[in-house]
Ligand binder design. Structure first.
Ligand SMILES: C[S@@+](CC[C@H](N)C(=O)[O-])C[C@H]1O[C@@H](n2cnc3c(N)ncnc32)[C@H](O)[C@@H]1O
Length: 538
C-alpha cells in the first residue's frame, strides 16, 4: 500500500528518493549495480517537499520506501526473489525478543529488503554493527536510505550479494534476524542444490532437492554462526511438516539451538500478499534446551512475546516427523502438570502380520524358550492386571527370531528351521508385513516397555506397570520413559492414568469405541515428576 504522502510513481523515482535521503553516504560504498541505478535515477526530478515527507514518515517509524516498492513492483515479479516485506508488529516482536535475550555486537539481516529489521534493531542496539545483505540493488538503496535517516548509516554495511556466501565472523555475539526469502525449489539452480547437499553433509545431515530458499538460509546461518550467536527468523511454516523441512528440524535440534516456534495463522496476514501460515523461529547457536516452546496465534495483537507456549521435549521432537500439530495445544496444563509425551515416548506394539503363526501354539511345538517371548497379545491382559503385571506365565508367547539365523546355536537353529517350514506352509512368508521386513521370519518385537496400555476399547484405556518384562503386540501401546523415572514415580503415574483418564480424551467412534493413537496418548495431561513424587495428586 502506497503511503498517503508518498506519490512515488516509478522504481527510478524511488531510487532517486533514496539518494536524496542519503543512501550513497550510508552503509559503506555502493556496489556497481547500485551505482548504475543511481546514474539512471540522476535524471529524475524529485520534489524536495516529498523527500521531506518521506523523511518524516521514516523518522516516525514507518517504511514509506518499502511500501512504495511493494506497490510499484508487482507481487509476481517480487515473488521471484521472495520479496515480501515484514509487517511492523512482527518486526517489533522479533527485535524485542532479541533484546530480552542478549545484547549483540553485530546484527545481520539476511535478505535485508528495505531494512525494516535492521533499522529497528539499530535503535535497540546503539553500539551494534548492522549488516544487511540482499541480491536486489534497489532494496539495497532503500535499506541505505532508511538507515541514513534513522542515524545508523555510519555503523551499517549493506552488501549486495547472496546471503549463502556470507561467512564473516566477529568475536562478540551476532544477532541473525529477518525474513528469509520464500522461493520454491523450481527456481533454485542445480549448483545451489549441490551446495545445499554439500553444506548439509558437512554437518552430517541430508538435504532434499525440493527445499525452498529459506531452508538454504537456515543452513547458511547454522554453518557460519558460532556459539553465543542467536537469532529469529520468520518464514513460511511448511518446514515444520514437509519432508524437505527435515533439515531445518534437525538444525533446530542440533547446531542451530532452536528455542521456540510461534506459528501465525494466515488470518493475521503475516505475509501481506500471500495467504500463508508463518512460523517465527528463535534460536541460540549451541544451546541444547531440553524442550522447545510451541505456540500458535491467530492475530498479530496476540503476538505479544516470543519464547512462550507449550514446552515440547527435544526427544519427542526428534521422534516426530511433523511439528505443526504441536502448536495446537489443547488448554495449558495446570501448574506442575505436563503432557505424558514429555515423560514418555508412546509406541504402538509390533505388528506380526499373522498372529496365528507368530503366537506360539500347537504348530510351533519344539521351539526352545530362547525364541519365545511372553507378550501382551490381548487387551484384557492389561485391563485385568489392574495396574500391575508381575507374572508373565499366563501370557501367550510370541516367536521372535533374529533376522540373521546364524546367531542361533545349532540345536535352536535346527528347531527353528523345522518351524519355518511349517510357517511357510501357513503362508507366513507371503503377507504384506512379512514381505516388508528385513527377514520375513523376524517379527522384531520391541524391547519390553516399562508401562503398557490398551488404546482401543469401550472404556478408558488401562495401564500397567510391566514388572514381568512382557513384550506387546499392536493391541497395546508401550510407554518408554524419556528420562529415568524412579519406581515410585512410575507407580504413581500409572495409578494416575488408571483413574483419571476418561474416554473423552481419545477419539470416540460410532458405538462408543474410543481409540488413542500414540500421539494422542502423548498429549494426555499428567502430573509432572515432582508432583508425582510428592504423591499430592492421587
Ligand atoms: C521476505 S523479503 C524480506 C525483506 C526484509 N528483511 C523484511 O523483512 O522486510 C526477502 C528478501 O531477500 C532478498 N533475497 C532473495 N534472495 C536472496 C539471496 N540469495 N541472498 C540475499 N538476499 C536475497 C529479496 O530480494 C528480499 O529483499
Amino acid at each position: 500500500m502506497s503511503h498517503p504522502l508518498n506519490p512515488i510513481r516509478s522504481e527510478a523515482e524511488l531510487a532517486a528518493v533514496t539518494l536524496a535521503l542519503g543512501a550513497a553516504e550510508a552503509g559503506g560504498p555502493l556496489s556497481t549495480a547500485e551505482i548504475a541505478l543511481a546514474k539512471a535515477a540522476a535524471e529524475q526530478l524529485v520534489d524536495p517537499r516529498m523527500v521531506e515527507d518521506v523523511r518524516c514518515s521514516i523518522m516516525a517509524g514507518a517504511d514509506p520506501l518499502g511500501d512504495a516498492f511493494s506497490a510499484l513492483r508487482s507481487p509476481e515479479v517480487r515473488r521471484e526473489n521472495g520479496a515480501t516485506y515484514t509487517p511492523a508488529p512482527i518486526v517489533r516482536t522479533m527485535v524485542d525478543w532479541a533484546e530480552s535475550t542478549r545484547i549483540p555486537c553485530r546484527v545481520v539481516d539476511p535478505g535485508v529488503g528495505s531494512a525494516r529489521f535492521l533499522s529497528f534493531a539499530g535503535a535497540k542496539f546503539p553500539e551494534a554493527e548492522l549488516i544487511g545483505i540482499d541480491v536486489d540493488p534497489l532494496a539495497a538503496l532503500m535499506a541505505r536510505a532508511n538507515l541514513a535517516v534513522s542515524g545508523c548509516g555510519a555503523r551499517a554495511r549493506i552488501i549486495l550479494g547472496d546471503y549463502r556466501r556470507f561467512k564473516e565472523q566477529v568475536d562478540g555475539s551476532t544477532l541473525y534476524i529477518g525474513n528469509p526469502p520464500y522461493v520454491r525449489h523450481h527456481q533454485i539452480t542445480a549448483p545451489w542444490k549441490e551446495w545445499l547437499a554439500a553444506e548439509a553433509a558437512k554437518l552430517k545431515l541430508t538435504a532434499s532437492k525440493l527445499a525452498g530458499l529459506h531452508v538454504y538460509f537456515f543452513l547458511a546461518t547454522a554453518s557460519s554462526a558460532k556459539p553465543k550467536d542467536f537469532g529469529a527468523f520468520i518464514t513460511a511454516s511448511e518446514w515444520l511438516d514437509v519432508n524437505y523441512g527435515a533439515l531445518v528440524r534437525s538444525l533446530m535440534l542440533g547446531r542451530l539451538g532452536g528455542k521456540s516456534v510461534t506459528v501465525i495463522e494466515p488470518t493475521a496476514q503475516p505475509f501481506p500478499d500471500a495467504a500463508a501460515t508463518a512460523a517465527i523461529t528463535t534460536f541460540e547457536i549451541g544451546a541444547k534446551p531440553t524442550s522447545v516452546y510451541f505456540r500458535r496465534v491467530e492475530d498479530l495483537a496476540s503476538l505479544d512475546e516470543l519464547g512462550k507456549g507449550r514446552r515440547v521435549h527435544r526427544d519427542r521432537l526428534a521422534s516426530e516427523g511433523r511439528w505443526s500439530h504441536l502448536t495446537r495445544s489443547s488448554e495449558k496444563p495446570p501448574e506442575g502438570y505436563v503432557e505424558l509425551g514429555e515423560l514418555c515416548r508412546v509406541h504402538r506394539g509390533t505388528v506380526t502380520g499373522a498372529n496365528g503363526v507368530w503366537i506360539a501354539g500347537a504348530h510351533s511345538v519344539g521351539l526352545p524358550d530362547a525364541v519365545l517371548f511372553p507378550t501382551i497379545t490381548r487387551a484384557r491382559e492389561v485391563l485385568e492386571a489392574d495396574g500391575l503385571l508381575s507374572d508373565s506365565r499366563r501370557l501367550r508367547r510370541v516367536i521372535n527370531l533374529p533376522a540373521d539365523l546364524d546367531e542361533l546355536d545349532s540345536p535352536t537353529r535346527q528347531a527353528v528351521e523345522k518351524f519355518l517350514k511349517v510357517a511357510k506352509a501357513m503362508g507366513a512368508n507371503t503377507g504384506y508385513v512379512a514381505r516388508n521386513r528385513k527377514a520375513w521370519w523376524a517379527v522384531g518385537l520391541r524391547a519390553a516397555a516399562p508401562i503398557i496400555s490398551t488404546y482401543m476399547a469401550r472404556r478408558p484405556p488401562g495401564f500397567i506397570i510391566n514388572k514381568a518384562d512382557a513384550r506387546h503386540i499392536n493391541i497395546a501401546h508401550g510407554l518408554y520413559p524419556r528420562e529415568h523415572l524412579g519406581e515410585a514415580v512410575q507407580n504413581k503415574l500409572v495409578a494416575f492414568l488408571q483413574t483419571n483418564i476418561s474416554q473423552k480424551s481419545g477419539r470416540t467412534y460410532a458405538g462408543g469405541l474410543t481409540k488413542f493413537e500414540p500421539r494422542e496418548m502423548e498429549r494426555l495431561i499428567v502430573p509432572g515428576p515432582a508432583l508425582l513424587a510428592a504423591g499430592a495428586t492421587l
